[in-house]
Design a protein. Structure first.
Lengths: 230, 227, 227
């Protein structure tokens, strides 16, 4: 197909949105999705009709790019957190005890009585709320996130070590790995594998949708290669 | 109801052998005095000689009371704005002399608790011992946070009874609001106070909400326990 | 009990009705001193001379500061558990001497910081401005919680510098220890404070902490606590 006959979206700069192989190679933050999409829509309007196929693909690609962009941020954060958990030695001075400052409060028994009346009214009105046990409110978002990442990293590490130790051949089927485990565990293992794959620790192969997944430990392969070399 | 010590809040028998929780190093009298001062300042509510014993490591309640009395005397002699008072039941409290209370009102004084937790606290105080589930049922799911805060402050305690968590107020609560430590008595006091105001709990019109700032801090400082 | 009368039970029987809600008239120095004491006791935070002027009715900030200084001196001479400190910026604050804080922890309604967060705070103060990652590396992952608490209390602030979070102490922190806001000067002052606690910067000898469960090497490297 000559370039003249190509629809406009297969030409630069929109072309990247329609070439998945290329999309995976670009640096996600080099793409300005907003500009790309608005110019795409403008061109489409000028065409006089809307190609939903192309629009759908553009939408899908944009979402992939956005995801890649957020993943990059996430990775950067993770990198920082990982660094944070490296034990560092430094001299820690003794704790400084903050002096205590008494604060006279303005709450008295009358305040208790005043609010009690309201509460008892609510009780009398049978305003019993059916309540599900709620978890305590989340603390500082960053802290929670930090803790989560830490836990996750630790679990991942343990899992990876276990995996390495238990499959000397370097590959295993997911069904074999997770067979017989509770549902929750299976999901956890699956997520860990996805995560490990993104880190390049394992490779995952699936012949077709819903078929079993083959897990290949990358380090094993590398070690295997190096052993062969020597 | 938790078997409360009926003698709680009553004048202590000074002759009773003092069981110090952990016999600590006996401090000299000067240091004991400072520790008592520290404790009275930090708590803001009346403390029993027993508590002062445990803070100072002194085993004799009589001795600790004597030292506290000496401290109170030194405050009196100094003639400042603060005073240390021995209550009828033998407890000691540090407080602002009442004539200074009004004058410092212009300062931004914080409430002990914001309205939500205060409501939850008042409900627990009135209905105690009360299952946590009931408190949450009446006060809504945010009551879990309130309860956590009240537990942290030591105003409320939680006890597991099978699968149920039972809530009740602590001695600190009673001391802070100058109520009896005996739960039944406390409830009667609360009811009486309601009656004095001409309110019937939960039946009549809501009494006018007390304005922040109109509450005098001295009220927080406790008066002698009713007999 | 007469809750409607806030002064009920106050043993003081001065008979002098507190009529002066507006202490605009110049009071005598002794009375001004008491008013300042009352204000400092009740507020629980540093007060500016301007506020003390408004409480006492004295118009001269210099005079009010002088009286407050006199009061602080009388506290120092008395050698009790409380102190009145004039901060670098001229504000005054009443507080418990820090060595008594640990001992009265269980009596306070105000939740206090435990040793872990306090050490993290010490470290941040000493090394500031310091990347959060370094603090966590030295103090262990629990430092994230410590940092959250310190941020919440306004003792520490966090700033994003690219991908790195930088931590430093705040004015509130400086207020507590009456430290300079100049970081280099503050560091020298802190070193002095630490030395008073028997710690020398960069000193290798660091006897293990007496507490069990101290797993992190950073924890072990701390100097012994004063008794």
């Amino acid at each position: 197909m000559s370039s003249e006959k190509k629809p406009f979206w297969l030409k630069p700069p929109w072309q990247v949105l329609f070439d998945l192989a290329r999309l995976s190679k670009v640096r996600p933050w080099d793409l300005n999705i907003a500009t790309l999409l608005s110019s795409f829509l403008k061109e489409m309007k000028q065409m006089g009709y809307v190609d939903f196929n192309a629009s759908g693909t553009a939408l899908l690609s944009s979402s992939i790019v956005l995801r890649l962009q957020s993943e990059r941020i996430f990775e950067a954060e993770m990198e920082e957190e990982k660094k944070g958990f490296e034990r560092i030695f430094d001299y820690v001075p003794p704790p400084l005890q903050l002096p205590f400052r008494f604060e006279l409060t303005i709450t008295g028994l009358e305040d208790i009585l005043a609010v009690l009346d309201e509460v008892l009214k609510a009780e009398k009105a049978g305003a019993l709320v059916k309540v599900k046990r709620v978890e305590p409110p989340p603390g500082d978002l960053f802290t929670e996130y930090d803790k989560m990442v830490l836990q996750w990293e630790q679990q991942l590490e343990t899992f990876y070590d276990k995996l390495k130790a238990s499959i000397p051949e370097g590959e295993i089927l997911f069904s074999k790995l997770a067979g017989g485990l509770p549902w929750k565990e299976i999901v956890k293992i699956f997520l860990m594998l996805i995560f490990m794959a993104s880190k390049g620790l394992v490779e995952l192969y699936q012949a077709e949708e819903f078929s079993d997944i083959k897990i290949v430990l990358k380090s094993k392969a590398v070690e295997g290669e190096s052993r062969l070399e020597t | 109801m938790k078997p409360e010590n009926p003698a709680a809040g009553q004048p202590e028998k000074t002759g009773a052998p003092a069981k110090a929780e952990k016999p600590k190093k006996v401090v000299n009298e000067r240091e004991a005095r400072r520790l008592i001062e520290a404790a009275l300042y930090a708590s803001g509510y009346p403390l029993e000689p027993k508590t002062l014993c445990s803070i100072t490591g002194i085993t004799s309640k009589r001795l600790v009371s004597e030292i506290a009395r000496g401290l109170a005397e030194s405050y009196r002699v100094k003639g400042g704005a603060l005073e240390i008072v021995e209550l009828e039941d033998g407890r000691f409290v540090m407080q602002l002399k009442s004539r200074y209370v009004k004058k410092i009102r212009r300062l931004t004084l914080k409430p002990l608790l914001t309205e939500g937790p205060l409501k939850t606290l008042s409900y627990i105080a009135y209905r105690q011992p009360v299952p946590q589930a009931k408190v949450v049922g009446v006060r809504g799911p945010q009551a879990y946070q309130h309860i956590a805060r009240l537990l942290e402050m030591g105003l409320v305690e939680r006890e597991k009874l099978g699968k149920t968590s039972i809530l009740r107020t602590t001695k600190i609560f009673a001391d802070y609001f100058n109520l009896s430590r005996d739960l039944r008595l406390m409830r009667r006091q609360l009811e009486k106070l309601f009656e004095e105001k001409g309110w019937k709990p939960g039946e009549e019109e809501t009494p006018p909400m007390s304005q922040a700032g109109q509450k005098l801090p001295a009220e927080v400082k406790t008066a002698p326990q009713p007999a």
